[in-house]
Design a binder for this molecule. Structure first.
Ligand SMILES: C[S@@+](CC[C@H](N)C(=O)[O-])C[C@H]1O[C@@H](n2cnc3c(N)ncnc32)[C@H](O)[C@@H]1O
Length: 495
């Protein structure tokens, strides 16, 4: 759907009409970040201990959240029909449906109306440049993400959006005007739905009282790791932009906020379409597969209830990791794990998990603590460390095995936008570096753990236990293989 655009120079007039107040700041076209906000005079909060100066105020009536969507629906019959047919699923989906209606209105000013115009219909015309989030990358560009933690996530998101678009389209066929838009004229496409999702994700704010919301004009503020401003809601429920304390900002300087200082490079690229190397937390999340030969794998996955992951983070060079599922994955019946299906008082069947005969269903994500009292705790922990290490190593191998140069060489360069290639390269470098440090740290942790186990076993004469000996034996063989490999690599070093 082609959306009409409005020049940014007309935003002050829109703001005036809709009670949005800009104080000493204005929206400009920046070089690389699309629109942004700059100061119109020098401002300082260095000396002043009074309240932070307000730079922008937007009335509560313009804050677009789930509640506001319900209010708009009261005024607009065709939107209400659409919302009742396919909405009330989540705040996000309701807001996307509202934006869809505004997008239709903005693109078909002379056609028979679907929906009622409101300030958002015009405001959308200022947002013509979409964030380059990977769901909007071409298929060729998405190949640049192979081997990164985003590869599966982006493809899964596109599939989920496809399912969601169908769920929106199907019931709308019973409403004549929407049947025409979605089916007969085909004016609304899947691409439009992807665009709306990207727009929402890259501009959504978390307000203290209104929750997940879009706020016109405050969504023009770009991100920095050294932000000069922050947003909030005041006592009149207006959304406000405030200068941070202890800030000196000169006329012409950009005013920035933080989009989240704990977001990883992959999360920043996924949600906002850029990676700021100075501000991303050094972390990544990888999917973790259950053991294919584990007879309890299905029960463990059902009980766990969310996609199993390994989270790795690096802070000042040292690695921390977290993977609640890895702990559940590494315990079995012989260790004291048991699944039972129990019937509650209303007759519903529930999957419960028992550890050492105790119902620990409520602690399913904390087997790290539960295993501590087990006589073979050190061995269980070693299993987990090995699983996590293998997960990181497999990801590193994937990343190295899909080098960016060869992907670019195999693709028609005119099909790749420079910004996408640059962002993919940066993501690959960041993730490879974290994975390398992670694999090294986990190797050390595994070898330290097996050393401790050996000492413990010697002390307890547990070496008689055949299973333990066999397990340690296989660990040792693997370690020996690595050592031999290293020795043969060294032999090629003629220096
Ligand atoms: C909330 S909007 C900010 C206004 C936006 N620049 C515009 O033109 O409408 C967020 C988008 O701005 C861009 N952006 C914000 N901060 C950035 C930064 N530090 N570097 C590059 N792009 C940035 C990204 O495209 C991001 O998805």
């Amino acid at each position: 759907m082609s959306r009409a655009g409005l020049p940014i120079e007309t935003l002050p007039a829109w703001a005036l009409l809709n009670d949005v107040a800009f104080v000493d700041i204005k929206v400009v076209n920046t070089e690389e970040k699309g629109y942004g906000v700059v100061c119109e005079k020098n401002l300082s909060t260095k000396q002043d201990t009074s309240d932070s100066p307000t730079l922008l105020t937007a009335p509560h009536s313009l804050v677009l959240n789930a509640e506001a969507v319900q209010e708009y629906a009261k005024e607009d019959k065709s939107f209400r029909q659409l919302l009742n047919a396919v909405g009330h699923h989540s705040a996000r989906r309701d807001i996307l449906l509202f934006l869809l209606v505004q997008m239709v209105l903005a693109s078909r000013p002379s056609q028979p109306p679907v929906g009622v115009s409101n300030p958002w219909t015009e405001y959308l015309k200022f947002l013509t440049k979409e964030a380059l989030v990977p769901t909007l990358w071409t298929e060729e560009e998405r190949l640049l993400l192979r081997g990164t933690s985003l590869n599966t996530a982006v493809n899964a998101k596109i599939s989920a959006l496809d399912v969601e678009f169908d769920a929106v389209r199907e019931p709308s066929s019973d409403i004549p005007c929407w049947n025409d838009m979605f089916w007969t004229s085909g004016a609304i496409s899947f691409r439009d739905w992807i665009l709306l999702d990207a727009l929402y994700r890259s501009r959504c704010l978390e307000l203290p009282r209104s929750g997940e919301s879009l706020v016109p004009c405050i969504d023009m503020i770009n991100h920095s790791s050294n932000p000069t401003a922050y947003y909030d809601e005041n006592s009149k429920d207006e959304a406000v932009l405030l200068l941070r304390p202890g800030i000196d900002i000169a006329e012409g300087d950009e005013v920035t906020i933080s989009y989240g200082d704990t977001k990883s490079a992959a999360e920043m690229l996924f949600s906002y379409g850029f990676i700021d190397p100075t501000s991303t937390a050094e972390s990544l999340a990888l999917p973790l597969d259950a053991f294919p030969d584990d007879p309890l794998a299905r029960a463990k996955l059902v009980l766990f209830g969310e996609a199993p992951k390994v989270h790795v983070a690096r802070d000042h060079g040292s690695i921390t990791w977290r993977s609640p599922f890895a702990y559940l994955m590494c315990v079995n019946e012989e260790d004291g794990l048991e699944f039972r299906v129990l019937q509650d008082t209303e007759g519903a069947r529930q999957l419960r998990v028992f550890w050492q005969d105790e119902d620990v269903t409520d602690q399913k994500a904390d087997f790290e603590t539960l295993i501590r009292a087990h006589p073979l705790a050190a061995i269980l922990r070693l299993r987990v460390v090995t699983v996590v290490q293998e997960c990181l190593q497999a990801q590193l191998d994937k990343l190295r095995g899909s080098a960016l140069d060869s992907t670019i060489a195999a693709t028609n360069p005119s099909l790749l936008r420079e910004d996408c290639a640059k962002a993919a390269l940066l993501l690959r470098q960041v993730e490879a570096s974290i994975l390398e440090t992670g694999v090294e740290a986990l190797e050390k942790e595994a070898s330290h753990n097996s050393h401790i186990i050996r000492l413990l076993l010697q002390r307890c004469s547990l070496l008689a236990d055949e299973d333990v000996v066999a397990y340690l034996g296989s660990m040792e063989t693997a370690e020996l293989d690595i050592a031999n490999e290293e020795a043969s690599n060294e032999a090629e070093d003629f220096s």
